[in-house]
Design a binder for this molecule. Structure first.
Ligand code: GTP
Ligand code: MN
Ligand code: MN
Length: 607
């Protein structure tokens, strides 16, 4: 690695990030000084997390011209940001797990770089990267402030856009710093927008560095998961690695409390890939018929859930403080709670606007006459007005049905895991795994259609186990084993279900109404979890609802029959198609999952 930097210099860098005494203040100042000495910013600003500070930074970005004020009457204190067109989604090809071992540490689903090589490349690029700019130091806390399950980090960034987003999606500033000092735990993130040169774009994760509390370095991107390091980089990639070492789970999961007419609340967590329905399910509004009977849903988290075992159950918390949600197809019809939630104090990125500066995106309830597209050009009707991965950044506290347990540091007991994704074919609306092991297999075998949330082709099938393929910071085979181990440790492991809201008919139309209607499926799931719905139908892949006692609202029996049909031949094909992926983990893939695989296959062959 001598091409860039001497090995001794690399070790010195690493030591400055770890600081091996226990003075927390010294840890912070050592890291800040190190980054400053390389990146050479003009000034350094420590973020305190006050409202005024947020206002001032927003105003400064507006004065610079890269943030536009939206219609203050309809969207008070809300803004539009247009990112560089070459920087509109997570770029998995530029995302690396860096260790001092071998590529096996990261496994076949991640890019890997040796720690020394990464340090060399990145600190070389970082030389003078912040010249003439302000370097912000943003302390943030993930989880309820008093939670023993929470943890903190700092993001050092030259992007004021990142700062105002972090101030919404995490608990930033002094309070976060104090909690980190108490725990003496701090993940370190270093981010520079630089010149947004795609060939120099790196999103590197070092789970071993910084005393095993993790280091993240992100260069040449200023978009979402690439730049808001608290989110995918820390709360998932670094956290999954810590969670394995410490015996808990960091999942790409939404969590809700489903309240029944009796007042009983069942906590349900769901893992669907990016842009495949987590935020929407977390904000579900039960249809009139169920709502009037007393069904309600309370939001805990819309994207990430951290889960710790306690007294035989998994207790979930939301590490985040705000939403970074997909805008397109959010409407009063599909997701009224989101629409009401994002009406103020919200930053929109890459949406379109009408001639009165109201935000607009595809699928909104009404389409204005004059539209300016996400690039700032008059919209001609061709292509998308808003970018398909345009997003809103909005405070969770504005959400109208936030769970009263949201700030509970002990978390909520999770009773069910849902896996799923976009599958136009094959996968039934819902089925329940026969055991924890089979549930883990179902999660591991997820093969779903890709979306615009990551760069690359949209709508092609790819394996995305537990919707966490892009976000597990170590070898995914070990992640599967960790799943198996966690469930076995629990006296009350969550029941595992597979759901699919995206089945299409011969004309390419969705067969299930989805959105609020998914409450009918949740109702069945809750009945199963509590042992109240006993006569489900046994199929080779698991239990499916018995049509005789499945409440499907206005969806006809015929459609339901098709939606719940298990196509054994199709599933045998599916198992065959997914096998090379499971085999790509070699010896490391857990034997118990192969056992589950072959017993499911055998049942399908008997059909
Ligand atoms: P990330 O935030 O990227 O992790 O994605 P997400 O899982 O939160 O996805 P989100 O809920 O934002 O959904 C993305 C897209 O799926 C939107 O275009 C939704 O309109 C669509 N969608 C969500 N739920 C449903 C559903 O029940 N049925 C149908 N047909 N579409 C849905
Ligand atoms: Mn996500
Ligand atoms: Mn989401």
């Amino acid at each position: 690695y001598g091409k860039y930097m001497k090995e001794a210099d690399v070790r010195e860098l690493s030591a400055k990030i770890s600081v091996h005494n226990n003075d927390f203040a010294e840890r912070v100042s050592s890291v800040v000084a190190l980054v400053a000495s390389h990146a050479r910013p003009e000034r350094i600003v420590f973020i305190k997390g006050t409202e005024n500070e947020q206002k001032e930074i927003l105003k400064m970005i507006m004065d610079e011209g890269s943030l536009l004020q939206l219609n203050p009457k309809n969207y008070p204190n809300s803004y539009l940001y247009r990112s560089n067109p070459n920087d509109v989604a997570r770029t998995e090809k530029d995302t690396y797990i860096c260790t001092s071992g071998t590529k096996d540490d990261a496994g076949p689903t991640n890019n890997w770089m040796h720690t020394s090589e990464a340090y060399s490349r990145l600190f070389t690029l970082l030389k003078g990267a912040m010249a003439g700019k302000t370097m912000y130091v943003v302390p943030y806390w993930l989880g309820p402030l008093d939670s023993k399950y929470g943890m903190g980090g700092i993001e050092i960034t030259d992007s004021p856009y990142v700062v105002v987003n972090l101030n919404i999606i995490t608990r930033t500033g002094t309070a976060a710093l104090e909690r980190m000092a108490q725990t003496n735990r701090m993940t370190v993130g270093i981010h520079s927008t630089m010149d947004l040169i795609p060939s120099n774009r790196y999103i590197c994760h070092f789970p071993e560095e910084n005393r095993g509390q993790g280091l993240i370095i992100s260069l040449n991107s200023n978009y979402g998961g690439n730049a808001l390091l608290s989110k995918k980089c820390h709360a998932l990639r670094i956290a999954t690695s810590m969670a394995r070492n410490e015996g808990w789970m960091a999942e790409h999961m939404m969590t809700i409390g489903l309240e029944e007419p009796s007042g009983r609340i069942t906590y349900i967590s769901g893992a669907f890939p990016s842009s495949s329905g987590k935020t929407n399910l977390s904000m579900i509004e039960p249809p009139e018929e169920l709502a009037s009977a007393g069904w309600k849903s309370w939001l805990i988290s819309d994207d990430i859930t951290w889960m710790h075992p306690n007294k035989g159950r998994l207790m979930g918390i939301n590490p985040e403080y705000g939403f970074f949600g997909v805008a397109p197809h959010t409407s009063y019809k599909t997701n009224p709670n989101a629409m009401n939630s994002i009406k103020k104090n919200t930053i929109f990125t890459n949406v379109a606007v009408d001639d009165e500066m109201n935000p607009y995106w595809e699928g909104m309830d009404t389409k204005p006459e004059k539209i300016t597209d996400w690039l700032g050009k008059p919209y001609t009707g061709e292509g998308n007005a808003a970018h398909p991965n345009s997003r809103f950044t909005s405070p969770i506290k504005q959400y109208p049905h936030l769970s009263k347990e949201y700030e509970n540091g002990n978390g909520v007991p999770v009773s069910a895991f849902l896996y799923g994704g976009r599958r136009g074919d094959l996968v039934p609306l819902v089925y329940e795994a026969y055991s924890w092991e089979e549930g883990v297999l179902i999660g591991a075998m997820q093969r779903v259609e890709t979306t615009a949330a990551a760069e690359g082709k949209v709508g092609v099938l790819r394996n995305d186990p537990m919707a966490n393929r892009p976000f597990v910071g170590y070898n995914m085979a070990d992640y599967f084993q960790h799943h198996l181990d966690m469930g076995r440790k629990l006296t009350h492991p969550p029941r595992i279900f597979n759901v699919n809201w995206f089945r299409k008919d011969g004309e390419g139309k969705f067969m299930w109404p989805g959105y609020g209607y998914n409450t009918y499926v949740l109702k069945w799931i809750s009945g199963r979890v509590h042992g109240e719905i006993k006569d489900a139908v046994k199929t080779p892949i698991g239990f499916v609802p018995n049509l005789e006692n499945f409440d499907s609202g206005k969806v006809s029996r015929n459609v339901m029959k098709e939606l719940l049909h298990v196509d054994s031949r199709g599933y045998l094909e599916e198992m065959k198609a997914t096998k090379p992926f499971l085999e790509s983990f070699g010896e490391r893939f857990p034997d118990d999952l192969w056992k589950a695989y072959y017993s499911m296959k055998e049942r399908l062959e008997k059909e």
